[in-house]
Design a protein around this ligand. Structure first.
Ligand SMILES: *[C@@H]1O[C@H](CO)[C@@H](O)[C@H](O)[C@H]1NC(C)=O
Ligand SMILES: *[C@@H]1O[C@H](CO)[C@@H](O)[C@H](O)[C@H]1NC(C)=O
Ligand SMILES: *[C@@H]1O[C@H](CO)[C@@H](O)[C@H](O)[C@H]1NC(C)=O
Ligand SMILES: *[C@@H]1O[C@H](CO)[C@@H](O)[C@H](O)[C@H]1NC(C)=O
Ligand SMILES: *[C@@H]1O[C@H](CO)[C@@H](O)[C@H](O)[C@H]1NC(C)=O
Ligand SMILES: *[C@@H]1O[C@H](CO)[C@@H](O)[C@H](O)[C@H]1NC(C)=O
Ligand SMILES: *[C@@H]1O[C@H](CO)[C@@H](O)[C@H](O)[C@H]1NC(C)=O
Ligand SMILES: *[C@@H]1O[C@H](CO)[C@@H](O)[C@H](O)[C@H]1NC(C)=O
Ligand SMILES: *[C@@H]1O[C@H](CO)[C@@H](O)[C@H](O)[C@H]1NC(C)=O
Length: 460
């Protein structure tokens, strides 16, 4: 469904706004002019020298800077700058080593847009100013997607960077009556519920996202689908604790991902890793208040999910519902394997270490015999405090498909308040302790389960 809609939109946008401009436009901030579309295709001649020589002194191979204001963007926070951004994109994208530049000191309001590649190599989208969408569902144009705001599609090799701010203006979306935290006692009311992901990368590769601040997304802040080679560094994500479904970074069917040196606080998972992800390295993240770092949920609607080679290290998780979590629905298939959680500090976290193979968002998910197989999960050097409402370690594995090779070493978790030490919980969980833990874990089953026929386990 979503695929089909996206394709329609892509087709529409590319047929309307594809401009075969190879012109040498440079930084025109000094003489700002609101020229209409038709003049854009006239390259200035002779081409001016690069306005800012600090980018590159070699004019035969110069970095060209395309300031959105040269394409008519106003940046007063009210004017709709969508067309200017589309034109700037279509122009810059066709030029080698171009910089699409969003200047500091301005707020650009843009509607839901799909920025389509491929672009020439070395392309940078430099955001130093503020980007914002229309303010809430009532201002969202009827014919625009309500599931995504800024989409980058079919791009190989791009850096989205800068010291600017992406302000998702999510509040009116969070307040829709359908959202869980708005009804009385967590109940929800009927009505439209779709809310846009702020930044979405789709079918793209060799991506860098660096330095940006992003706040108050209506839904997920970043979402990567079917991407590879994604490098995220030094970003700052912030939304209120009570903002529903505002995951910081969600990846799905995406591999070779690095998420480094970033801080995330929000109303859902800091990072969520969906089906089809592998080779993911998360390091030096400060997460919280939030719902922690999650693998899953996986296996919904009897689906097959494969996730492997995930490392989360050198990070802090604070004031969060969960620390590091693996969550799967009953009835799924596939496997989660090769996951390392290393050097993590927990501060007042409700479920610091949790595997939940009975994940269920609706009432009465029935027990099923198949499950996503969870194996080779390593917890080392995990220290800090837990919120004493639930046990600090919780391994609830499927009845029919046990978890295997859970390994714990140097795990020390103390209650954040008081003296009450809750016993770890295990259900059908096989594994071993490499060192003693605090609190002691005596509920892991030793060795390899005998009861499970090999062909019941889908190794991916
Ligand atoms: C563009 O030009 C303005 C005014 O000369 C300057 O302040 C700004 O730094 C330039 N930006 C880039 C990216 O070259
Ligand atoms: C400028 O770049 C061109 C193309 O890469 C190269 O051939 C030329 O030697 C460079 N000139 C200088 C002065 O760096
Ligand atoms: C010139 O551009 C090419 C292709 O993008 C790039 O590989 C090369 O490093 C650039 N040279 C300089 C001097 O920036
Ligand atoms: C939505 O409708 C407006 C006004 O009719 C039109 O200008 C715009 O191009 C449409 N956008 C899309 C994505 O169809
Ligand atoms: C909400 O929950 C509280 C506490 O459980 C209860 O006393 C109250 O009646 C509930 N309100 C409604 C409208 O269900
Ligand atoms: C992505 O980058 C890698 C390494 O930098 C390079 O080998 C690969 O060719 C790039 N992918 C594409 C599709 O250009
Ligand atoms: C960890 O990330 C923070 C930003 O959240 C940064 O200030 C710090 O330098 C990083 N530490 C290391 C060792 O890279
Ligand atoms: C696991 O992922 C890392 C990147 O996070 C990669 O360097 C490594 O080669 C992968 N290991 C295996 C066995 O694929
Ligand atoms: C499902 O299985 C769990 C674990 O064996 C058990 O506690 C629960 O009662 C079962 N639920 C139903 C509906 O059978």
């Amino acid at each position: 469904m979503e695929f089909y809609r996206l394709f329609l939109l892509v087709f529409y946008i590319s047929s309307c706004f594809f401009l075969s401009i190879q012109g040498r436009l440079h930084n025109h901030t000094k003489h700002k002019h609101n020229h209409p579309v038709s003049q854009i295709s006239q390259p200035p001649s002779p081409p001016p020298e690069p306005a800012n020589p600090s980018y590159n002194g070699n004019s035969s191979n110069a970095t060209q800077v395309f300031n959105v204001q040269s394409f008519g963007a106003v940046g007063d926070g009210i004017t709709d700058d969508t067309q200017a951004f589309k034109m700037a994109w279509d122009t810059a994208c066709q030029v080698e080593s171009a910089i699409l530049f969003v200047p500091d000191g301005y707020s650009f309001m843009i509607q839901s847009t799909i920025f389509t590649g491929p672009c020439k190599s070395g392309f940078k989208f430099q955001v130093d100013g503020t980007l914002m969408p229309p303010d809430g569902p009532d201002s969202w144009p009827q014919n625009n997607s309500r599931r995504q705001w800024l989409v980058f599609y079919r791009i190989n090799g791009m850096s989205l960077q800068g010291g600017g701010l992406i302000d998702g203006r999510g509040e009116k979306w969070w307040n829709l009556p359908c959202k869980p935290h708005k009804g009385i006692n967590g109940t929800t009311l009927p009505g439209p519920c779709d809310s846009p992901v702020a930044i979405r990368f789709f079918m793209s590769s060799n991506l860098t996202v660096q330095g940006l601040k992003i706040k108050n997304s209506p839904q997920f802040h970043f979402r990567f689908d079917n991407c590879r080679n994604v490098h995220i560094d030094s970003i700052y994500i912030k939304s209120p604790t009570q903002s529903p479904n505002t995951d910081g970074i969600h990846i799905e069917n995406t591999n070779s991902v690095e998420i480094y040196n970033s801080a995330i606080s929000n109303g859902d998972d800091c990072v969520s890793i969906g089906s089809g992800c592998y080779d993911v390295n998360i390091r030096n993240i400060t997460c919280g208040p939030s719902h922690g770092i999650s693998i899953g949920s996986l296996g919904n609607h009897n689906s097959r999910a494969c996730v492997s080679n995930i490392t989360v290290s050198d990070s802090v998780i604070k004031y969060s519902d969960n620390g590091v979590r693996i969550k799967t629905w009953q009835g799924g298939s596939g496997a989660v394997s090769g996951v390392t959680f290393n050097n993590l500090l927990m501060d007042t976290v409700r479920n610091p270490i949790i595997i939940d193979q009975f994940y269920c968002q609706t009432k009465g998910c029935s027990n099923q015999t198949s499950a996503v197989f969870v194996s080779d999960i390593f917890y080392t050097n995990i220290k800090g405090t837990y919120d004493e409402r639930s046990p600090p370690m919780h391994f609830a594995c499927s009845d029919s498909v046990p978890c295997t090779n859970l390994r714990l070493s140097n795990v020390e978790l103390l209650p954040a308040q008081g003296e009450i030490v809750l016993d770890p919980f295990c259900w059908n969980a096989y594994g071993a302790l490499e060192t003693l833990t605090i609190p002691p874990v005596s509920c892991l089953l030793e060795g390899i389960p005998e009861s499970v026929p090999k062909n019941d386990i889908d190794h991916c």
